[in-house]
Design a protein. Structure first.
Length: 220
């Protein structure tokens, strides 16, 4: 059936990047609820129209609707060879719902991987991002320095409001409140939870994740 796993982690830790690398490595789809919501809206499916009501009102999409999107993906041919859940579940209630979906389909997770990095590093990663007003290039002050022009077109680089340090700290606080119980939830589960160091190059972090996955499969 292939590899079925969850990759978790706080904002800025690189789970999206690593999720893409792992999904490509194993030839499985990366299921991101944000991407799935946008795809459902675009397709105009009945579930997508339910999503639209909440999305256009600026409300959070309820768990049962999100789980409906996950269920549709599980029942599609693209996940027959496995899947990677990126940033989902976010709460214990979502994890319970996911467990029910998997059990109904007689599927089991191979691993739950949690990327970790110190909070100050995460704040610096996100608050240091800069975006070119003209060409849209995304870079970082570590690469170009403070008050530098865009290296691609020479126009001004700006800091997005959601990348401000205080905003980032608030996002991390929300993540801790929602996710620390979820980490314990999976640590107690039959699948278990494997923490992986999120510092270093993309390749080094990818290799650590692969090692963690191999250990989890061996333990199973």
């Amino acid at each position: 059936m292939g590899v079925r796993l969850i990759i978790m982690g706080p904002p800025g830790v690189g789970k999206g990047t690593q999720g893409e690398l792992l999904a490509e490595r194993f030839g499985i789809p990366r299921l991101s609820t944000g991407d799935m919501i946008r795809a459902a809206l675009s397709a105009g499916t009945p579930l997508g129209e339910r999503v639209r009501v909440y999305y256009e009102a600026g409300d959070l999409v309820p768990d049962d609707v999100v789980l409906g999107l996950i269920a549709e993906a599980f029942d599609g041919p693209e996940t027959a060879g496995g899947f990677l859940l990126d940033g989902f579940p976010r709460t214990v209630a979502q994890a319970d719902g996911l467990g029910e979906l998997l059990a109904a389909r007689r599927l089991e997770l191979d691993a739950v991987l949690s990327l970790e990095a110190p909070e100050q590093e995460l704040v610096e990663r996100i608050s240091g991002r800069r975006v070119c007003e003209a060409c849209g290039l995304v870079t970082h002050v570590r690469a170009v320095g403070d008050d530098a022009p865009c290296p691609a077109c020479g126009c001004s680089l700006i800091q997005r409001s959601d990348d401000l340090a205080e905003t980032v700290r608030n996002r991390l606080s929300v993540y801790r409140e929602q996710t620390e119980p979820l980490l314990a939830y999976y640590a107690r589960s039959g699948t278990g939870l494997t923490a992986v160091d999120g510092l270093g190059t993309k390749e080094a972090i990818r290799d650590r994740l692969l090692d963690a996955l191999r250990r989890a499969e061996t333990a199973a």
